[in-house]
Design a protein around this ligand. Structure first.
Ligand code: TPP
Ligand code: SF4
Ligand code: MG
Length: 350
């Protein structure tokens, strides 16, 4: 795997290709429980942004409400941050990206924030292919409000109190693919290598990236009978492909057996290499992706990897044909209709 780091002289810290050390990508000290999967995801985001050489000030960290939605405070202090209302991160992010589409939006949500209260906003966001990275830190419970089942909890899974979930889970990946997201995958907070590669590829993608990351809640959902625990994931995680990523500024050649790899050219010149672990799986075919996910539920498998990718779909910004200059920085003289235009409008309404 390529790393984008070079040393800053003989004694200085390693810096990335824009000259920043990893310390510039860190955030505040986490107040989440020790061992919470969300902390591991923050660490991987720091690594991915550092290795990709993303300018921190160009990033919008967006979130809703929940332990997961608090985690943007624990990475990238130099980025802009907006902690919105429970389940409303999609609409706030849509507004922010429309106001300035030159920024990179990174939305952090929880399974409750997304699949329970926020499901209406989520489905409309996925239809639009808004350029953003949407991460669900998925622990199957409402961690912040003491561990009630969320809508991603698997049928038959058990709460600490012994309560059994009798409702089928919403598969946010299948839903996102069906609705139009153009880069969809699932990972596990405990799988450093897979998650880092997926996040780096996500940075390179132009369109909506939706990553559901299983992220165990050590306080309320890490016991026997849970399907979102560390033990369950370690035993049941079934990667569908091996995710390799070579950034455009890395000069690394990797040999693979021909026929074993899906090579995806990303917009920024990076290369995403998906080594097939299932003979017939085509990550560019939506129907295959949704069917595979549906079948995995019937077989009690927890599939991870990149399920679907489409680099050809126009983004919401392309569809709206927005001017290149961010709307947020256009002067009033351009965005405000003059009195004569308003008068004409009023006349036409009479
Ligand atoms: C409008 C509204 N309804 C309910 C709540 C209470 N509440 C806060 S966080 C939360 C659930 C969080 O669960 P999730 O998004 O899965 O995040 P986690 O804490 O598990 O990371 C709820 C129901 C709220 N803050 N606002
Ligand atoms: S309650 Fe659960 S989700 Fe919240 S910080 Fe603790 S371990 Fe993480
Ligand atoms: Mg949760």
């Amino acid at each position: 795997m390529a790393t984008a780091t070079v040393t800053n002289g003989s004694s200085g810290p390693k810096v990335n290709h824009i000259g920043l050390p990893v310390a510039e990508y860190r955030g505040g000290k986490s107040t989440l429980c020790a061992g919470c999967g969300h902390n591991a995801i923050s660490e991987r985001i720091i690594d991915a942004m550092f290795e990709m050489g993303v300018q921190p000030e160009r990033v919008l960290k967006m979130s809703g409400i929940g332990c997961s939605s608090k985690s943007p405070a624990y990475f990238m202090n130099r980025a802009h941050s907006f902690n919105s209302v429970h389940g409303r991160m999609p609409s706030v992010t849509t507004g922010a990206v429309l106001a300035n589409s030159t920024m990179m939006a990174l939305g952090i949500s929880g399974d409750g924030d997304t699949a329970s209260i926020g499901i209406g906003q989520f489905v409309h966001l996925m239809r639009r292919n808004l350029p953003m990275i949407y991460i669900i830190e998925d622990n199957g419970v409402y961690g912040l409000t003491k561990g009630q089942f969320s809508a991603t909890a698997d049928i038959g899974s058990k709460l600490k109190t012994g309560v059994i979930n009798e409702l089928p889970a919403i598969d946010t990946c299948a839903l996102a693919i069906q609705l139009g997201a153009t880069f969809v995958g699932r990972s596990f907070s405990g799988d450093k290598k897979q998650l880092l590669s997926m996040l780096k590829a996500a940075v390179a993608h132009k369109g909506t990236v939706m990553l559901d990351v299983i992220s165990p809640c050590v306080t309320f959902n890490d016991h026997e009978g849970s399907t979102k625990s560390y033990k369950f994931m370690q035993e049941n995680d079934e990667p569908i492909n091996e995710v390799g990523f070579v950034a455009s500024f890395d000069d690394i050649t990797v040999d693979y057996d021909s026929g074993q790899v899906y090579d995806v050219q990303m917009h920024d010149g990076s290369n995403l290499r998906l080594r097939k672990l299932r003979e017939d799986y085509d990550p560019t075919d939506r129907v295959v992706a949704v069917r595979t996910l549906m079948e995995s539920h019937a077989n009690d498998e927890i599939l991870t990897g990149i399920f679907y990718i489409n680099t050809q779909q126009p983004t919401f910004i392309d569809q709206l044909n927005l001017v290149d200059e961010p709307l947020a920085t256009l002067p009033d003289s351009v965005v405000r209709p003059p009195k004569s235009a308003l008068d004409l409008l009023m006349t036409n309404l009479q």
